[in-house]
Ligand binder design. Sequence first.
Ligand code: 5GP
Length: 315
Amino acid sequence: MLREVLEHIQRRDRFVLTSHARPDGDAIGSALACCEVLRQLGKSADVVLHDPVPRIYQPLPFADRVVRADCVNGHYEAAIILECDSIQRTRLEGLENQFLISIDHHLSGRPFAHVNWIDPKAAATAELVYRLAREAGVAVSPEIATCLYTALMTDTGSFMFRGTNEQTFALARELVLAGADPAHCAQNIYFAHSTAKMRLLGAALSNLHREGPLAWIWVTREQMERSQAKEEDCEGIVNYALSIQDVEIAAFFREMPDGRYRVSLRSKGKLNVAEIAELFGGGGHECASGCSMDGPLSIAVALMLEKIRPASSAD
Ligand code: 5GP
């Protein structure tokens, strides 16, 4: 597949790159790095995202290249969609008319594009972008390495999620050799929270519930507003519920402006939470997945627990 993707790239000149809405570290890091790889190949390439670059990713090299938009305009010859399992999740209009190349590593990845390179064995989409750079003969600069290392670090939960293996560390080594600085990358992500996020965390933890191996927390719209938190401040909050001893699965429910709930699911590895999220139209990885559910909160929680309980007791 790698060769096929590269052949399609070589045949064209003007690319638009994108990823899913509410982009995470792998979405941003992979898109920025891939854009630079294409530019090194002499192509024209733009990164267009539906949502702004979250604050913690703004120090990444090339982050100022990201164009925020609702729609893809311009005379592109192909769109490369990274780390995303459908056109809909990009929340960009206009992609339907493009020649689409999908590069993804999700277990729940679907072949929606004209060319689909989906490798669930890869620790992050960043790994695939790295392979693409190597295959294309592009030198991995310290800037590209920094984007890819940050993507790898965040998508593996700082090299702690299941699936992290010797190949992950081999890639991390390559990226450090190419100029990524692990302490600097970690500093920007893990020691750069907003005060609002910490307030939101306090609100979420005050709603902590526990039932055997399950823990769940939530925040209402009102709590979000009182904390002056933005959507991006919700990232990672679910991990605090998962960090409790003997908790195997954690869920974080966040009320959205339309009254629906975004749900983040995390597992320590015994239960595949991608399968649970898929039951509600979402997806993700074995240990980290997400979906959206209708409110009210009590019903959303009840429906979610109904699916998680049997799965967790079967273990
Ligand atoms: P988060 O909880 O951080 O929003 O998402 C965790 C993982 O699940 C990410 O890899 C993300 O791409 C995936 N994910 C979250 N929400 C959805 C969704 O609605 N659909 C799909 N297919 N994947 C999702």
